[in-house]
Design a binder for this molecule. Sequence first.
Ligand code: HEC
Length: 137
Amino acid sequence: MKKTIALTAAVLMSALIGFGGAALAQKKHAPKPVWGAMVAGLNDIQGITAALMVFDMKRAASIAESFEKRETYISTIEQLSQKVRDGHDKVAKEVAKLSAAIATGEENDVADALSGVMRSCNACHYDLRDAERRKKL
Ligand code: HEC
């Protein structure tokens, strides 16, 4: 019984820490649909990084697969502006490269590909979001 309680507490704590890391990315959040997609991508990057650190390429591959599907799906939503769709298409393509690196099992290649994914996130933030923020640096 004690063991079960300790285990439940540990699982709850890790869920809290996991979500906290992503949710605390910034203090004031974007509108809900945008926030959901962004935080999901951030969570996937975190999950893949964690899997890489323990050489769990199977888990890395499965996270990358759903990550790519989500980004591809967003890139097909007609109501979104072309710029936003193209941005997510670029993320999807970088995640595909990441999946290829995961399949080879070369850790440094996976790390480089992760960086490519993050650069594709930055590319969009750079133009669409952070021009004002850079002025205040
Ligand atoms: C198509 C452009 C675009 C792409 C691609 C993009 N983002 Fe964003 N992201 C934005 C914009 C715009 C905002 C700010 C929205 C707002 O505040 O209204 C944002 C906000 C965020 C936030 C803050 C969310 C919050 O409210 O707390 C995070 C975290 C984030 N993005 C992560 C990512 C990650 C990780 C990726 C790549 C996997 C990514 N984004 C790709 C445009 C993009």
